[in-house]
Write a protein that binds this ligand. Structure first.
Ligand code: UT7
Length: 328
């Protein structure tokens, strides 16, 4: 069998129009624009209106990615959708998206790897293309985190936002594209960032609705330390595996959780911040959507040129973390 390579041939993104600023949050909880900006880098985030769900934003982002790649829905043979905020527990949001797109020839699956979900999706897509099982894969990261945020908890509610990003990954004969990926997890630290209720262990009851257990709970400083360590490790591992060091990385697109985590990761691989893409000020932390939204913005703004080496690196609940190195 002829060797195949996995190339990203289209990107797209979408977010709700509704903007929630730090000034708006000052009226909701005991916080300040100064605290949020200096501790996180976030100025505003997008919030989905009632009635809109993950598949709606995934649909908008997918259409843009398909248009850039020049493919129709019928050509897609696999949809991998990463989210922790599906439209509903059953069926998968990928199924709902398949129907919206009319991607009738696609197998479809949701994956749950929190903020690392898009990197996990790219890793699976690359492997399935290189082994000849699929040719045109739609990979999406999408979240409506506003639905699982406790709007009374200032420790978390200032951090998160909604949105979607998509990429078409296509089989190619020429070397390049997604050169390598690295994915890891440590489930022993799950309790540091979780939504405890709403599954089989703690089904939703009137008591649960009252006590906040169906919302995101996070031990911020512990998560911060692990994120810095794991994102540094993920970036370093791929540099070691591929031999492509920071001198040859044109752009790093990190998960947008906290500007201080991003800066620490860049320092760890000795990459100057002018080669690091940051849009956290506009969207906050959109979990699985953060990297594909950033990738699409960087791509559409001409910050990525053919032949450039682009490093994606993520960390999230689980814990999960990972990286992908792409020759554009
Ligand atoms: O998506 C992947 C996973 N998520 C992350 O990677 C997030 C990782 N964690 C973080 O980004 C940071 O830990 C936070 C931004 C969440 C918090 O920043 P921090 O510098 O670690 O602050 P802290 O949690 O240590 O809190 C410092 C102080 C506390 O007050 P005291 O105890 O010192 O009096 C908090 O109660 O800041 C207080 N605080 C706030 N003050 C104003 C916490 N949240 C707020 C707030 N506004 N929104």
């Amino acid at each position: 069998m002829k060797k195949k390579y996995a190339r990203i041939t289209g990107t797209g993104s979408a977010a709700p129009d509704n903007i929630l600023t730090n000034a708006d949050l000052e009226k909701m909880v005991d916080t300040t624009d100064d605290w949020i900006t200096s501790r996180t880098g976030i100025k505003e985030r997008r919030i989905a209106p009632d009635g809109m769900a993950a598949s709606d934003y995934a649909y908008q982002a997918s259409l843009k990615a398909m248009e850039m790649a020049g493919i129709t829905a019928g050509e897609i043979d696999l949809i991998i959708l990463a989210t922790v905020t599906p439209d509903a527990p059953l069926p998968s949001t990928a199924c709902i998206l398949q129907d919206k797109l009319g991607a009738v020839n696609a197998a479809v699956v949701d994956i749950v790897a929190a903020c690392s979900g898009f990197i996990y999706g790219l890793s699976f897509a690359r492997a399935l293309i290189m082994t000849g099982q699929h040719d045109k894969i739609l990979v999406i990261g999408v979240e409506t985190l506003s639905r699982i945020v406790n709007w009374k908890d200032r420790n978390t509610c200032v951090l998160f936002g909604d949105g979607a990003g998509a990429a078409i990954v296509t089989a190619a004969d020429q070397p390049g594209g997604i050169l390598d990926t690295y994915i890891k997890a440590d489930g022993s630290l799950a309790h540091l960032l979780q939504v405890p209720a709403g599954g089989g262990r703690q089904p939703i009851t009137p008591e649960i609705v009252g006590n906040g257990a169906r919302y995101i709970q996070m031990e911020g400083p512990d998560v911060f330390k692990s994120a810095v360590k794991a994102m540094g490790e993920a970036a370093t591992k791929l540099i070691e595996k591929t031999g492509i060091d920071s001198n040859n990385i044109s752009l790093m697109i990190p998960h947008q959780a906290n500007i201080r985590i991003i800066e620490a990761t860049a320092r760890r691989i000795k990459l100057p911040m002018d080669r690091v893409f940051v849009n956290i000020q506009k969207y906050g932390n959109t979990s699985a959507a953060s990297i594909p939204i950033a990738l699409d913005e960087a791509n559409r703004n001409g910050l990525i040129k053919p032949g450039d080496n682009v490093m994606l690196v993520a960390f999230g609940a689980g814990f999960t973390w990972g990286s992908a190195l792409i020759e554009w």
